[in-house]
Design a protein around this ligand. Structure first.
Ligand code: PMP
Length: 389
């Protein structure tokens, strides 16, 4: 009898288990918020990307319901076929106005926005220089493009500059980076990246997934935070984090957006974003612009937590965004810490390889957390062993 060609899958799963890398889902019940019920138990939620607490906001829900009643549940086709609605264009114009760019293009997810933009912009004869800590969607977009991909050490602009000396061997060059790094919460050195891009005649693509709604005076992202609005670059992001909906976008020059409408396969060949998600994202952008107090509260919470966390036993990796991260010596230790936190009523996931190079507990702060939530988090963290050098 010939060997079972699927047997390796089981063996591979066993290896994943042995390394403590096995992942499983936890069911969240009810509306998202600062408190959630996970697997039947009420816990304080430090695992959500819903930074402004908008995913459970009545106004987003009502906008989604109204759009569903008016336009139906599905978009029924790709944007170029039968899926385009006036709502999509309204959302794109709102994003462009928010980001101070000429235009924007909405994708069905942030992941697809990165795949679409990168594969449209570069190909076999081109070079991509990518931060080693970039999100999976940037890394996979780079691989899919067929370009030569070189990863530079995390945020190391000297190493990047050295690599840029190879730029002349290629037709086009694209630098890609998260703006707020999703698993570490630190920021890319955007002004230097922009200067290098200009000096070496490279395109620069910045993923603002965790920055949109959070960073900058009006919440427009790290581009605004660093005073770089209006500069020529490609901004990508998601509608699914601080904006509380689903979908992604690219924002930039009118020419870029027109080009992507003609060349980005993950936009051309997929069904348009649903009316409900589109309308909810549109409502969210208006709220972000009209209610700066939400963002102010988020940052007040981050500041309060940082003060509470000044404990010698805790190794806090960075302090520049609402994502805080505690290193642990192994995947098993991270899993155990996550379990103990949950037993203390705190929902904060263990993040392990291969998602990240080193295991950690990742905390994300929300505008809707109350002081008591932050105090309980610190108490729970300090009662478990987190890190010692
Ligand atoms: N980029 C970054 C930096 C992200 O963290 C994520 C989501 N985890 C994405 C892109 C993908 O966005 P979406 O969830 O909308 O596909």
């Amino acid at each position: 009898m010939s060997p079972n060609p699927y047997a390796w899958i089981n063996e591979s799963l066993t290896t994943i288990h042995r390394a403590d890398w096995y992942r499983s889902v936890q069911t969240i019940h009810g509306r998202p918020g600062a408190m959630v019920i996970v697997d039947g138990r009420e816990v304080i939620n430090f695992a959500s990307n819903d930074y402004l607490g908008l995913a459970g906001d009545d106004r987003l829900i009502e906008a989604g319901v109204a759009a569903t009643k008016q336009f139906g549940t599905g978009s029924t086709g790709s944007r170029l076929l039968s899926g385009h609605r006036e709502l999509h264009r309204e959302l794109e114009q709102a994003i462009a106005q928010f980001k101070q760019t000429e235009d924007a293009l909405v994708f069905s997810s942030g992941y697809l926005a990165n795949l679409g933009a990168i594969t449209a912009l570069v190909g076999k004869r081109d070079l991509i220089l990518s931060d080693e800590y970039n999100h999976s969607s940037l890394k996979n977009g780079a691989i899919l493009s067929g370009a030569t991909v070189i990863e530079y050490p995390h945020c190391d602009v000297t190493a990047l500059k050295n690599l840029l000396n190879q730029r002349q061997n290629y037709r086009r060059c694209l630098i890609i980076t998260d703006s707020v790094f999703s698993m570490d919460g630190d920021l890319c050195p955007l002004p230097t990246l922009l200067n290098l891009a200009e000096e070496f005649s490279c395109m620069l693509l910045v993923d603002e997934a965790h920055a949109t709604g959070v960073m900058g005076k009006t919440g427009a992202g790290c581009v605004e935070h660093f005073g770089c609005s209006g500069k020529q670059l490609i901004q990508v992001g998601t509608l699914s984090k601080a904006l509380g909906s689903l979908g992604g976008y690219v924002a930039g020059s009118a020419t870029l957006i027109d080009f992507l409408r003609n060349r980005a396969p993950s936009w051309i060949y997929t069904t348009a974003l649903s009316p409900a998600d589109t309308a909810a994202a549109l409502a969210a952008i208006k709220i972000v612009q009209q209610e700066p107090q939400r963002r102010n509260q988020l940052w007040a919470n981050v500041d309060e937590l940082k003060k509470l966390l000044q404990l010698p036993k805790l190794k806090l990796v960075q302090q520049e965004s609402p994502i805080l991260c505690f290193q642990l010596p192994s995947a098993a230790a991270a899993l155990e810490a996550g379990k103990q936190l949950k037993a203390s009523g705190i929902f904060a996931p263990a993040i392990r390889p291969p998602t990240v190079p080193t295991s950690r507990i990742r905390i994300s702060v929300m505008a809707t957390h109350e002081s008591i939530h932050l105090q309980k988090l610190v108490k729970a963290l300090s009662s478990i062993y987190i890190y010692s050098d």
